[in-house]
Ligand binder design. Structure first.
Ligand SMILES: Cc1cc2nc3c(=O)[nH]c(=O)nc-3n(C[C@H](O)[C@H](O)[C@H](O)COP(=O)(O)OP(=O)(O)OC[C@H]3O[C@@H](n4cnc5c(N)ncnc54)[C@H](O)[C@@H]3O)c2cc1C
Length: 237
């Protein structure tokens, strides 16, 4: 397969999601389009020629030459602080993609879907939720979204009024809103118990979260080949 070309991507819009995360909208002439769930590689090149790249999931379905990413700050990181604190509207980076063909949701899928997100792992799952809305799909969707604290949730306003047929449950691992019934803690089998195992699951987040959630689903009787996973480990070099 031919290697994907690097394309010049101009930052055209910034949206603050949380204190430490932003959505960056890039305009990429010649962008070939993408599916919800895919990711891109972002490459930064310094004036002395040193370059480095990282992977980021697309946060929204295809919209012409616009590609949205949501980046969470890794405080001692090399690329995420640059994208969040230095890059300004009008600046350019290079982007290559789309990458990945397995962790995708297509709008013609009618099977019920379970989305399980840990932290910034919600990004490709949000692309699926938005793709479902854009397509007018009525496939039942359920999002289980685990974060440390309430104010670390991405897309809070948009998810406050879920689309018909989209059910959302938040899990908090360190601090809950006042009066929240579930005590803070990591995802358990009970959090994933649902009526049916005849569903397709998409699990995304840090490696440990993904492995724990996938193990719980298998223990609950979900077929391993219907559990799609994406691990947000360190990337690039
Ligand atoms: C397929 C894929 C999709 C991804 N999509 C997104 C996305 O949509 N949004 C997003 O914010 N990130 C995403 N990531 C993670 C992203 O690629 C970078 O790893 C992250 O932004 C940190 O890069 P950095 O250069 O700032 O940190 P680095 O300089 O690479 O690392 C600094 C320190 O942090 C540790 N570290 C690096 N990355 C992580 C991590 N993800 N979790 C925990 N510790 C880490 C490193 O081991 C190192 O100690 C994705 C990763 C993959 C593999």
């Amino acid at each position: 397969m031919p290697r994907l070309p690097w394309r010049v991507a101009k930052l055209v819009e910034i949206r603050q999601e949380t204190a430490t995360a932003r959505t960056l909208v890039f305009q990429i002439p010649g962008w070939p389009g993408h599916l919800a769930g895919q990711h891109v590689d972002v490459r930064l090149t310094a004036p002395d020629g040193y370059s480095t790249e990282r992977s980021y999931s697309v946060a929204a379905p295809e919209q012409g030459d616009r590609v949205e990413l949501t980046v969470e700050l890794v405080p001692d990181g090399e690329v995420s602080p640059y994208l969040l604190e230095i890059l300004e509207v009008g600046d350019e980076v290079e982007i290559r993609g789309p990458v990945g063909g397995w962790f995708v949701w297509r709008p013609d899928h009618t099977t019920p879907v379970l989305l399980v997100a840990g932290g910034s792992g919600v990004v490709p799952l949000m692309a699926m939720i938005r793709a479902r809305r854009a397509a007018g799909s009525s496939a039942p969707f359920r999002l289980i979204y685990s974060v440390r604290e309430p104010d670390q949730r991405f897309y809070l306003d948009e998810l406050a009024n879920p689309d018909p047929g989209l059910d959302i449950a938040y899990l908090f691992t360190r601090k809950t809103p006042d009066g929240w019934a579930r005590p803070p803690g990591r995802i358990t089998q009970a959090d994933l118990t649902g009526a049916s195992t005849d569903i397709d699951s998409y699990v995304c987040g840090p490696t440990g979260f993904v492995e724990a959630a996938a193990d719980h689903l298998i223990a609950l009787g979900h077929a391993p080949d219907r559990i799609r996973t994406e691990r947000f480990g360190p990337t690039g070099g």
